[in-house]
Each structure stands twice: as C-alpha cells, then as structure tokens.
Ligand binder design. Structure first.
Ligand SMILES: Cc1ncc(COP(=O)(O)O)c(C=O)c1O
Length: 381
C-alpha cells in the first residue's frame, strides 16, 4: 500500500500537482477603530498579508464574536458530546437556527459541522439513482461527490448558460437544479432570478449553495427550495446550515446520515456564529468590503493586470499552467503576500489561477501593494 501511495505521490509531484499543508498561524494584531483586524498571517517565521482566506468580513477575530464564544464555552462546555438526535441539540443550536431563519426568510434550518457535510446530507438524502439532477458545470466538489456517490444522473449545463439550463429543464421537467450563488473559484455570480423563474416554469426545485454569497450578494432575493450557507467563510467560524421549508428540514433531521450519525456542531461555535450574524446584518462590513473590491480592481486596471470579471470578494487572475501559478504565487510570498494557488483538478487543465480573496479587514495600502507586487512578478516572469 505504501508503495502504491509513493507512486501516486511521485506522479502528482511530476505533474506539478502535489498539494502539501504548510503551517500557517493567524495573527492577532491590533484592531482599528471599527474593530476590524488587518489581515495578516505568519508562515515559517514570516508575516504575510493574507489574500488566501475566506474571512470576507473580517469577523474571525472580531472581539464580540470571540467574547460570545468564550461565554458559551463557560456555559455549554467545549463540545456538544452527542448527535443532535441524542442529546447534542442545545439552546445555542436553536438560537442560531432562529437567527438564520429571521435573516434569510426561510422557515427552518438544520446545522451541520461543515458545508461539505451539509451538501452531502442534503443531496444524498433527497436523491438516488432513480433521479436526474441538473447542475451548473462549475458546482463545488462536495455536491458532485454527493450526487456521484448516490449514482444520481447528473446533467450539467455550461457555466451560467441559461439557454442550456432551460433545455435541460424542458427535457427533464421536475428535476432539481443545483447551482452556487457566487462561484468559489471564478468569483462570478449565477443568474439566480432567471434560474428561479425557469425552475418555477418547469416545476423544478432550485437548490443554491450560498457558501460564498450569503449576506454578501443579492442571493436572498430568490427563495429556493433549499439553500446551503456556510459559517467558515464570511462569518469567520465553523459549520454550515441547510435552510428550507419546515417539512424539508424535519425530513433531513430524521433521515440525513451526516446529521444523525455525527456529533453536533459545538455549541460555542453556534454562539460565535450567532454573534457574527448580528454584526453582518448591519451591512457596514459589506460596505467596507465593496470599497476594497472597487479599489483593488481599479488599481489592477491602472497597472494593466487583467483580472477575471468578478464583482465579488473572489478576484481570480488566470495564469494557465500549474508551473506558472506556483512560480507567481511563490514570488508573491517572497514579497509578503499569501494568495491561493489554484491548479487542476480544482480547476480545468490550463486554467490555473491565483485566487485572490479580499476582506473588509484589508487596508487600502495592502491592496495597492498587492497589485504592485503582482505587476512586478508578472513582468519578471
Ligand atoms: C461552494 C462551496 N460549498 C461548500 C463548501 C464546503 O464548506 P466547508 O468548508 O464548510 O466544508 C465550500 C468550501 O470550500 C465551497 O466553496
């Protein structure tokens, strides 16, 4: 077995696709007047500005979020200690579910320890080999895996192509349609209003993975059959929720194996996310993020850097080969910037890219400095 593993590792290494973990420590520096932390991390003794994480609103270090978690730790202990159906479902869980419903307009919510588990719970409990599901070409690996594991017949339409989606819906009326609100690797948004209208026309349930769009985009203007929201990104925490009608949530709570046979999310995590939701609901942080997105794109345009079209916190720069991606990401690291180096199989062959993620907590000077560094690295290469 170890020999087999070694061969596969060597093959990945030779193709420039070997992934390795690197110890990265979040730093807790000072905060500014609005309680926003400048985004820096520490790696191998070096301090880097973090343009790789998904802490879009800068809530992971927010003092009120930390305080809420600390209080909940005192009250509920470190873990939930059991499955939600046994004794792991506490007041902290119920309060978070209520808050999610208030903000989203959905009737009920089900909490899971991660977005990956959430997509798995939702899709595997709803669909089997007898079903056809229509999906955007770029949906997240967690949804593809869930559908494939259950041998669901998956019909994918080209990314954001409404005509192709309509044709599939006409061919398979009543089949569910799955998309993301904001696509994780491209940063662009799905035409949700038009997709919702199509689904209504063909009596098809719409399922939205809102991991990167919840409270950051206009994704709440449509009310799908089911919505997955995650807490590990804009809300700075951990875990996820499936939102939908009471009947759907009760069905999942009673049947989803990921829910029944797994320890419930820690109550302290729930309390932190509830506080983060309250802070996010004011819209101030989103305003600051929007300004940062505009500034970064303007700066890149001024310097002739051609970012992919995106109005969201995810700003990819297409570079092509895996070697080029690793080279430019490495040079940026030398200059003190951590960016996501995205290679196949996460993206198609030849579409390697830097995944630059912006946060409300970035300072304008950090955004300008990154754009200048990208220009220099690309010129040098
Ligand atoms: C679109 C999308 N859905 C689901 C997930 C999984 O969420 P989590 O990180 O909470 O497991 C991710 C995370 O990478 C994602 O980008």
């Amino acid at each position: 077995m170890l020999q087999r593993i070694a061969i596969r590792q060597q093959q990945q290494q030779a193709a420039g696709l070997l992934r390795r973990r690197v110890l990265t420590e979040q730093r807790l520096p000072g905060q500014d007047a609005q309680n926003i932390m400048p985004r820096t991390v520490q790696r191998q003794g070096r301090i880097l500005v973090d343009f790789a994480g998904n802490d879009y609103l800068g809530l992971s270090f927010h003092p009120q979020v930390i305080a809420a978690q600390q209080q909940a730790l005192q009250r509920y202990g470190c873990g939930s200690t059991a499955s939600p159906l046994v004794s792991g479902y506490s007041e902290a869980h119920a309060l978070l579910e209520q808050q999610l419903c208030r903000l989203s307009g959905h009737e009920a919510a089900l909490l899971l320890p991660s977005g990956f588990a959430g997509n798995s719970a939702l899709l595997k409990t709803l669909f089997s080999a007898a079903d056809t599901v229509i999906a955007d070409k770029l949906i997240h690996a967690s949804m593809i895996d869930a559908l494939k594991d259950h041998q669901v017949k998956l019909r994918r339409f080209p990314h954001n192509n409404l005509d192709a989606a309509a044709k599939l819906l006409a061919r398979f009326p009543g089949s569910a349609l799955v998309t993301e609100s904001v696509f994780s690797m491209d940063g662009d948004s799905a035409p949700l209003t038009a997709l919702a209208a199509l689904c209504q026309q063909f009596d098809s349930p719409l399922i939205i993975d809102d991991a990167h769009g919840f409270l950051l985009s206009d994704s709440l203007t449509v009310q799908p059959f089911a919505r997955l929201v995650t807490f590990g990104k804009a809300l700075g925490g951990q875990g996820a929720a499936i939102l939908g009608a009471r009947a759907l949530i009760d069905f999942l709570a009673a049947n989803a194996r990921e829910y029944i046979y797994s320890t419930a999310l820690a109550p302290a995590s729930c309390a932190g996310v509830t506080q983060a939701l309250q802070l996010a609901a004011s819209g101030h942080l989103q305003q600051r993020l929007k300004q940062n997105i505009e500034l970064f794109r303007q700066e890149c345009q001024r310097l002739g850097i051609r970012l992919m079209p995106s109005a969201t916190a995810i700003q990819p720069l297409l570079l092509g080969s895996s070697e080029r991606v690793m080279q430019v990401a490495g040079e940026l690291l030398q200059q003190g910037f951590l960016v996501g180096a995205i290679r196949p199989p996460t993206v198609p062959q030849g579409q390697g890219r830097l995944r630059i993620t912006l946060s409300a907590s970035h300072q304008p000077t950090q955004l300008q400095a990154l754009a200048t560094a990208i220009r220099e690295c690309c010129d040098a290469g």
